[in-house]
Design a protein around this ligand. Structure first.
Ligand code: ZN
Length: 355
């Protein structure tokens, strides 16, 4: 091997080394890049999974419950469907077709679509207040002030001719976020009327309420709760939801403030629709009874909900049925829990006073 060859060999070896080193560096670089990409993807996936685990669409009452506990600003619309006045944007329900002719079948058909309601969900500590026969000064204003004080939304089943006489009062009800239902034009016993007269009673009232508030009501309460097939057929043709009641203190007969209070408190239960009156005469007893009724029921753990919410919750299962938790929906204390807490607080106060 001559000198030149040796030099060539050394050169070639050096060249091979350089090539090997470069290849190694490139391969390592690629490997590091690949590893980094894999890490990024893995991290991204983890973050995505965690985000996916965050409260998304509410699929169960238990989840709905935790949503409310978090006071999340993005509560599902299903939970607060109509806490604000129903706007013209709310799609109006359609009449049910075909509609049966016998009363029992009519009721069953309407009930199957939640269009015939006498009470809400008997598993939930929710109640709805309703006031009939108004608007009627000064009692309607007084009731509005009380409801505003307690932050409660009620439903006013208004008489058409009263709505025509006091459109400003009706507007105040609507603007305060209450709901307005159709209680006929002149409060007749509807089954005694012809089909066209029944229709007239309902449509003129719809017109008067819409004229005052801009909203055409979708709830209808027949006077005295009296119905027959013609009444239900007409109500269905106007796509009205029939709303009756489950608690009736007969406040219209002016039995005394205490009697109104005790009748409501003894009859009320989960899902009650409470019937009272702002119209039809002197309603000072009803007005005087209202704050005690509200406070007593709230202390017993009941929540006052707007009628649309009561209807919307009709088919929800109580939380205790869907999970092992003992709390009722929306952290409302059960009556027993509340009484226990109150006793404990009272105990504490007595002890503090005697120390
Ligand atoms: Zn009435």
């Amino acid at each position: 091997m001559n000198h030149q060859n040796i030099n060539n060999n050394i050169y070639n070896q050096g060249k091979r080394k350089t090539i090997r080193r470069t290849t190694f560096l490139i391969v390592s670089g690629l490997a590091i890049l690949l590893a980094l990409s894999a890490l990024t993807i893995a991290l991204g996936a983890t973050i995505f999974t965690q985000q996916a685990k965050k409260p998304g669409p509410i699929t169960s009452v238990a989840q709905a419950h935790s949503h409310n506990n978090l006071s999340s600003p993005t509560v599902s619309p299903a939970l607060s469907p109509t806490a604000v006045p129903v706007s013209g944007l709310t799609p109006r329900p359609e009449p049910i077709t075909p509609f049966p002719s016998s009363l029992q079948q009519q009721i069953a058909t309407l009930q199957s679509k939640d269009r015939y309601i006498a009470r809400g969900n008997t598993s939930l500590p929710e109640v709805a207040l309703s006031f009939d026969d108004g608007p009627n000064p000064p009692y309607t204003q007084q009731i509005l002030s009380i409801l505003q004080h307690y932050g409660i939304k009620a439903t006013f089943f208004s008489i058409g001719r009263q709505a025509q006489a006091y459109p400003d009062l009706l507007r105040r009800e609507h603007q305060a976020g209450h709901f307005i239902g159709n209680h006929t034009w002149s409060h007749p016993d509807l089954p005694h009327l012809s089909a066209s007269d029944i229709r007239n009673q309902l449509t003129t009232t719809e017109d008067a309420i819409e004229h005052a508030t801009g909203i055409r009501p979708t709830y209808f309460r027949p006077p005295y709760g009296d119905i027959n097939p013609t009444v239900l057929t007409t109500a269905n043709s106007l796509a009205l939801t029939v709303v009756l009641w489950s608690v009736d203190p007969r406040d219209w007969s002016r039995p005394g403030t205490q009697a109104i209070i005790s009748r409501v408190l003894s009859q009320v239960g989960n899902g009650s629709i409470i019937l009272m009156h702002d119209g039809g005469g002197d309603r000072s007893q009803t007005v005087a009874a209202l704050p005690t009724i509200i406070e007593s029921l709230q202390k017993r753990g009941f929540r006052f909900v707007p009628l649309p919410q009561l209807i919307d919750h009709l088919h929800q299962k109580a939380l205790s049925e869907t999970s092992g938790q003992t709390e009722t929906l929306d952290s409302a204390p059960t009556p027993r829990q509340f009484i226990w807490t109150r006793r404990w607080l009272a105990d504490l106060r007595v002890r503090a006073a005697t120390m």
